[in-house]
Design a protein around this ligand. Structure first.
Ligand code: SF4
Length: 365
């Protein structure tokens, strides 16, 4: 298949569903890692089209959702300073921190600029030499290379008024955590195709070997996801645990080598806290010491202690596939996209936003 329409083709989707129904002899619990995949599943109602007994649960792959509360608080603190221009992706604006959010700071006069690329943040820094420009660098392995490139480019012309507030996270350690938790129900994973496009398929081999769990790297269109489900079910029914690549039109075994190179030149792996979930060893990136001059936390001497999520928000359980958004008592009442209590209701990749947007307020019948 060559064109996007083919990956949304109703006939192909129904053929795949028929094959899934034919192969699935047992109940299975599968997790799609990425929030983009969750939104496709909800939008097209794929979970309701699958045979009874095949349950899809949603993983932690929403970058906005897992950015820790403390980091939101730091961004709010920076944006409140008159000498700072905070540059961010638009999704972060309405994510609640412990006391405020960036949108409120902007409404009170904070200079917050929204961009689609970190390179725009560099241009803002060049155009405003009297101000400190801080880019809020969040996301998975997909956004890490362009963010690394921005830091690298800032160093070479010697741009001194640019820094980054880094909150990058890495997918495989989160899968490891999910697999080692007591009572984990997930029997197969759909890995995120865009992350694997950067990092390569090979990254997931160790998890498959160590935990004997099938992982299929999947795309983001309905046909991609149904094909990935079929590949997982075929493995599970046959007692196999292998790494397979459904998204082969984009993912190579070694990934995008130049992107990985720049990323590893600028960032190093570190322990990182995930919102709601807690600290996961070796699950994030931070700037290497040679790039410390571009670290906003160091430049502004920032320290924010641990802060708690609103007690009502069960996003930690939603992000680990243990609960569905409709299990939350605040869902659709006290928590809506207009009045979000937690990040998964704000983000365009959040599971709660997906359920709300596609009117999935109750357990599917
Ligand atoms: S519905 Fe709102 S409060 Fe409930 S888990 Fe989702 S984000 Fe949190």
């Amino acid at each position: 298949m060559k064109y996007i329409d083919e990956y949304r083709d109703r006939e192909i989707a129904h053929k795949l569903l028929a094959r899934i129904a034919q192969r699935a002899q047992h109940p299975w619990v599968l997790m799609e890692i990425c929030g983009g995949q969750t939104h496709t599943i909800m939008r097209y109602g794929l979970d309701e089209l699958l045979p009874r007994g095949i349950e899809l649960v949603h993983g932690p792959g929403c970058p906005v959702c897992v950015t820790p509360l403390e980091m939101i608080d730091k961004a709010v603190e920076l944006a409140s300073r008159p000498d700072v221009i905070l540059v961010s992706y638009g999704d972060m604006l309405r994510v609640p921190g412990s006391k405020s959010d960036l949108l409120s700071v902007k409404a009170q006069g904070g200079d917050i600029r929204l961009v689609y690329s970190p390179m725009e943040a560099l241009r803002i820094a060049q155009a405003n030499p009297q101000r400190s420009v801080v880019f809020f660098a969040i996301g998975f392995e997909t956004t890490a290379p362009p963010n690394a490139m921005a830091v690298w480019q800032a160093r070479h012309p010697g741009l001194t008024n640019f820094s980054v507030l880094v909150s990058h996270v890495i997918v495989p350690p989160a899968i490891r955590l999910l697999l080692t938790q007591p009572g984990s129900r997930v029997q197969g994973f759909i890995a995120p195709g865009h992350v694997c496009t950067v990092m390569g398929a090979n990254e997931y081999k160790e998890l498959v070997r160590e935990f004997r769990v099938p992982i299929v790297i999947g795309g983001f269109e309905p046909v991609d996801l149904l094909q990935a489900v079929l590949m997982l079910i075929e493995q599970l029914e046959a007692g196999r645990a292998e790494l397979e690549n459904q998204y082969s039109r984009s993912v190579l075994p070694e990934g995008n080598v130049p992107a990985r190179r720049i990323m590893h030149e600028v960032f190093e792996v570190c322990d990182r806290k995930w919102r709601g979930i807690g600290a996961i060893p070796q699950s994030g990136y931070r700037l290497r010491p040679e790039f410390a001059a571009y670290d906003a936390e160091q430049r502004f001497g920032m320290e924010v202690g641990g802060v708690d999520e609103p007690a009502e928000c069960i996003s930690a359980l939603v992000l680990q596939g243990k609960k569905k958004p409709y299990d939350c008592t605040a869902f659709g009442t006290r928590c809506t996209p207009q009045t979000p209590l937690g990040a998964p209701m704000v983000s365009s990749e959040g599971a709660c936003a997906a359920y709300y947007q596609y009117r999935r307020h109750t357990v599917p019948s």
